[in-house]
Design a protein around this ligand. Sequence first.
Ligand code: CAA
Ligand code: NDP
Length: 291
Amino acid sequence: MNIQKVGIVGAGQMGNGIAHVMALAGYDVLLTDVSADALEKAMIVMSGNLERQVSRGKITEDEHKNALAQITTTQKLSDLGDCDLIIESATERETVKQAIFEDLLPHLKPETILTSNTSSISITRLASRTDRPEKFMGFHFMNPVPIMQLVELIRGIATDEPTYNACKEVVERLNKTAASAEDFPAFIVNRILMPMINEAVYTLYEGVGSVKSIDDSMKLGANHPMGPLELADFIGLDTCLAIMNVLHDGLADTKYRPCPLLTKYVEAGWLGRKTQRGFYDYRGDVPVPTR
Ligand SMILES: CC(=O)CC(=O)SCCNC(=O)CCNC(=O)[C@H](O)C(C)(C)COP(=O)(O)OP(=O)(O)OC[C@H]1O[C@@H](n2cnc3c(N)ncnc32)[C@H](O)[C@@H]1OP(=O)(O)O
Ligand SMILES: NC(=O)C1=CN([C@@H]2O[C@H](COP(=O)(O)OP(=O)(O)OC[C@H]3O[C@@H](n4cnc5c(N)ncnc54)[C@H](OP(=O)(O)O)[C@@H]3O)[C@@H](O)[C@H]2O)C=CC1
């Protein structure tokens, strides 16, 4: 299938990163969100990230301009009717995603491929609520999208080969690497990464270390580019908690029990960088640990 126009639903940190790399690769991009503010902010963030790539000599000024010109925004899902590929990247909540697909389906061409950037939710279950489970896939980017090399491709039980191959070709055109993952809770990366982050929060909760000592230990002692708590803030604590809940519910093993301290931060609305407060407070010049 020839994919030229890509519709992206959700203009948060992942949606804008996906729009950025798709536009740079020459796809026509239509980015949608329920919030006009989110769309406006996404255009500013993409422009800033493209500018940074220009200043580091990764792309030219023309590529920057052309990429931005490939992206249009809309608040109406019905505008996505002529897209060849949809990548849903809204909030990590199954009911939100199901409602989006339900609203979107009547407007789509029969051949349009539907995908979700979900971090953890069953692709088979999401697909089964649509009219095209064979054309439905998990298309899971990593954060920050313009930098990270990997895209996990997850087949649902009914996904057909042409759909998988079409998505793999898109990943190749983005100059990224596809990893195929089976459809089980949180797939590969988050099945491994999220319990580590959750364990870091338990380490904080039990007073084994402070935010700074935990992050320093993993950066200097295990050579991770970010400490686990800094990374949790970067991903979004709501997303981390949602993924742990999917692991806990889906695998029914107490080893995936979300740390009560993670729940408390989310209940406070301290979701990390996106709300300017999480395990660190980002409101000043430098991030300050909150514990
Ligand atoms: C939750 C899920 O479902 C799945 C996930 O995504 S899990 C999260 C996976 N991501 C990670 O684990 C990220 C871990 N962190 C890192 O790799 C690094 O800290 C980092 C790449 C984010 C930043 O690296 P750094 O060395 O501290 O910063 P810096 O030198 O300023 O940036 C490195 C590059 O990243 C770019 N960058 C940094 N932050 C960025 C952002 N938010 N958006 C876009 N680009 C960004 C910079 O422009 C720079 O690009 P070049 O190398 O092309 O010049
Ligand atoms: N954060 C990460 O590191 C990664 C996240 N993911 C996955 O990507 C998806 C998005 O995550 P992320 O970008 O971090 O989240 P964000 O919270 O940054 O963005 C989500 C966006 O979706 C919008 N949204 C909510 N409901 C709807 C709707 N019905 N229609 C359209 N837009 C909607 C939100 O608007 P509003 O704010 O107004 O509610 C918000 O702008 C999630 O499934 C997540 O698990 C995948 C890889 C990495």
